[in-house]
Write a protein that binds this ligand. Structure first.
Ligand SMILES: Cc1cc2nc3c(=O)[nH]c(=O)nc-3n(C[C@H](O)[C@H](O)[C@H](O)COP(=O)(O)OP(=O)(O)OC[C@H]3O[C@@H](n4cnc5c(N)ncnc54)[C@H](O)[C@@H]3O)c2cc1C
Length: 385
């Protein structure tokens, strides 16, 4: 190892979390190497899909509303500075639920308190505005006009490009589990190359459970999640972003987006699928998954009952037990950090995660208790959505 370059920080994982951690550290003057086994936003990573929702509503979980606000501002700032404005699509986000839904009521209170622009909609108004949705069982809605969609894969590429411009070194390297006592001096990749640094951040998404089996094997729960794009009728119709916002229907456990970049109606089930290994799970949708989504689309979007499925993707959530992020030090190695547990809602928060991790490494300060390893249970009870 003599003569090897020593970085201030080695960040392993160039998904949305690792990319923003590297960028924020570089902005704070740190010399950073960003390592990924397969490349930023690759197709098996959680950040690798075309699009991800950014919304402010989080029920009573105000910290995530505030992090979404901070993150949206930073996403827009980055896109404006790098000529990537098209990577945020202000489709608006529509929450739908039965009348009197407690989570929507809590969401309204939090949005109000945090100055988020929103509109409360009653059933009559919803029916008039969204004739393309069958609103059976829906009694109220919240519309966030300033929220929308991040073009995920390309957004990660834009963050990494900016990080590299700021001096971050990007390398393809599959890193092995770090071992040592109290602290480590370097990490090693499969080709045997060492990367020496003062501090190490592991932002490895679903792979955290595999890389640190002893500590995280039963605290990060990777689940299979299928995504569908339904073909829509030709012309500028009811599934265009002008007519249909991004939407989430609470009790259906489903969400979707209008026709962005001509991919069709994106739709997915938010319920956790089976436990998977992110390296080996099949990326091909099953007949069962197709049947379920076809029945759902025929029910909620009757005009699309007989249209073909144009594209599919299979990804994984990297859940903690309740959906809170995991951002904390390794319990034995005091210069090793975990940043993960995005739990199916993490993408939008990349900028705030990066800012927080950089703050913890550079300034120290009191950590957010919700993110600590000590608060990560080994039995799943999802409460953050
Ligand atoms: C279907 C689906 C829909 C979602 N919808 C939304 C949404 O609408 N809005 C939202 O905000 N969030 C959403 N999410 C969640 C969000 O996408 C994730 O929380 C987020 O992308 C996680 O990013 P990450 O950087 O932690 O992990 P990843 O993107 O998985 O990145 C981890 C990286 O670490 C690398 N890595 C792992 N192990 C090693 C190793 N040993 N050596 C080197 N590199 C390694 C991997 O190659 C990978 O690139 C969704 C997720 C899915 C799957």
């Amino acid at each position: 190892m003599s003569g090897a370059k020593t970085y201030d920080v080695a960040v392993t994982g160039a998904g949305v979390f690792g990319a923003w951690v590297a960028l924020h550290l570089a902005r704070r003057g740190k010399h950073v190497v960003l390592l990924d086994a397969y490349g930023p936003g690759h197709s098996r990573s959680s950040s690798g899909d075309e699009s991800r929702i950014i919304r402010m509503g989080y029920g009573a979980d105000e910290i995530y509303t505030q992090w979404s606000q901070r993150s949206l501002a930073q996403w827009k700032e980055l896109f404006a500075a790098t000529g990537n404005e098209a990577l945020f699509r202000k489709t608006g986000v529509l929450w739908l639920a039965e009348a009197g839904n407690a989570e929507l009521q809590a969401t309204e209170e939090v949005l109000q308190r945090n100055g988020v622009l929103f509109e409360s909609l009653k059933r009559g108004g919803l029916i008039a505005r969204y004739p393309q949705i069958n609103l059976d069982g829906i009694g109220c809605g919240i519309y966030e006009p300033e929220s929308g969609v991040l073009m995920a894969r390309r957004a990660v590429a834009a963050v990494v490009a900016e990080a590299v411009r700021k001096g971050v070194e990007l390398k393809l390297a599959a890193i092995a589990e770090p071992r040592g006592k109290d602290a480590i001096e370097s990490i090693t990749c499969s080709s045997g190359e060492n990367f020496a640094a003062k501090e190490f951040v592991f932002a490895c998404g679903a792979w955290l459970a595999k890389l640190f089996p002893g500590i995280l094997g039963n605290r990060i729960f990777p689940t299979r999640q299928a995504v569908f794009y339904f073909a829509i009728p030709g012309g500028d119709g009811p599934f265009s972003p002008a007519a249909l916002p991004t939407w989430l229907i609470k009790n259906d456990e489903c969400y979707g987006m209008p026709d962005l970049e001509s991919r069709g109606l994106k739709i997915a089930v938010d319920r956790h699928g089976e436990t998977v290994d992110p390296d080996t799970q099949s990326r091909i949708v099953t007949a069962c998954e197709v049947d379920e989504i076809r029945r759902y689309v025929a029910y909620r979007f009757p005009a699309l009952s007989n249209t073909p499925i144009a594209e599919t993707r299979v990804c994984q959530y990297e859940n903690t037990a309740n959906g809170d992020f995991l951002i904390d030090r390794h319990p034995e190695l005091n210069n090793v950090w975990f940043a993960g547990g995005g739990s199916g809602h993490g993408f939008k928060h990349g900028p705030a995660v990066g800012e927080y991790v950089a703050g913890q490494l550079v300034d120290g300060g009191a950590p957010e208790p919700r993110f600590l390893l000590a608060n990560k249970e080994t039995v799943q009870r999802r409460s953050v959505y």
